[in-house]
Each structure stands twice: as structure tokens, then as C-alpha cells.
Design a protein around this ligand. Sequence first.
Ligand code: 13P
Length: 248
Amino acid sequence: MRQSLVVANWKMNGSLSENQSLLNNVKQGFSTVQHAEVAVCVPFVYIQQVSDLLKGSVIAWGGQNMSQQTSGAFTGETSANMLVDFGCKYVIVGHSERRNLYAESDLLVAEKFAQAQSAGLIPILCVGESLIQREAGETENVVQRQLSAVINLQGVASLAQSVIAYEPVWAIGTGKSATSQQAQDVHAFIRGQVSDARVAEHLQILYGGSVKGSNAAELFAMPDIDGGLIGGASLKVNEFLSICQAAR
Ligand code: 13P
């Protein structure tokens, strides 16, 4: 049985006062969450604040991106060790917004994945196709290419200390989630790509893309969907809590 995981991706949202009120309210309502492990991935500048607010709670925190480099002359970058310094457990790598808006290649994402693991972080590797790719029947090819960049660099065993998030680009921020069956099909495909059966069986595969309180239970009921990566709805206390409550 895999542990369910729900991860908030705040993206570039929040402020000191909003974060404080959001997390205090989430903590207050958290006793209603029974099954999910929960984490919030926040902008770098708020990691200290979030760690102060969440220390001693069961909610973990992490970054939304990081450098593939260890340290040195890389102006504006943040290293995996810096995230570890601030108590991060997770880091998102290869989000489609980074792949598309900041031209992150499959290889770069794989290098970030490797760097995260060597610092002791659990990378949440995002994969997913665009609408054009889906309509062209390319979904499996795209996801396989994104996944194999990591497997080729790090080996299949490395997936045991990672989380995969399937996020179809056309479902992100659009209000139009994949159906539970569409998501399940890709999740099963991803699991099937992991050639080590034990690693495959234990791998947490999250779904992301317009998850809300109203559709979370149906998505999370699917056999290969182990939780969610939540954008917009993670900024609303009640929505986020009801998604966490929906976890198996
Ligand atoms: P939304 O939940 O806002 O669609 O965003 C999903 C996402 O990109 C999470 O990483």
C-alpha cells in the first residue's frame, strides 16, 4: 500500500501575511486529514517563514525549483544544499512552467533531479504533455521521454527516493482537469515504464492539473493515483483541506 501524498505548489503567490494566515488555518483544520502526507512547496524567500510556521507539525515543506549546480558563481540560483539548510524535504523539478517558460530541457531536469537526491532532498519530478501533443497521440511518447532522461542519468533505482507528478499541461490552471480515467491511464503507463517491479510498486505518482475539493476524491480513488500536486486550490484553506481529506 502506498502512502498518499498531497503537495501544494504555491507558484509565485503569497506574502508574509497571507502565508501566515493560510498556514495557521491549514494547521488548525488539519486534524480532519486522516490519510495523506502533506507538503507545501513555496517561493524561496518564504521558506524560512514557512519552516517557522510548520516546525513541529506533520506538514513538510520544499522548494519549487533549484540549481543543477552545487555552489559557486551562478548569480540568482539556489542550491539543493541551501534548501536542505532550511529543512526542506521536497523540491519540484521539471514543472511544465519551467520547461516551457524557462526552456528547461529533459537533461537539465534530470541533472536537477540528481543534484536534489545527492543533497538528500526528495525530487518531485513533473512530466506531462501539451494539448497539441495529446491530440497528436503523443502523450505516452512525451512522458516516456521525460522519464527516461532521469532513468538514463540516474538509473531506475533512483526513482525509489523520488515522487513523480503527472501534470497534463492543458489541465494546469485551466479549470479543466483530466478525467480520472485519462489520468489513471497515464499513471499506469508511467508505472509500467519503471522496469524494477519493487520500485514501481512503491513509487508515488501524483496527479496535478485543476485538482479541487470537488474532483479530488474521484481522482484519488484510481488505483495508480497516489495523491496530487495542487496549484490554485492550495491557496484556499477549505479547498486545500478538502483535497487533503480526499486522500485514501
Ligand atoms: P492548478 O492546480 O492551478 O491547475 O496547477 C497545477 C500545477 O501546476 C501544480 O504544480
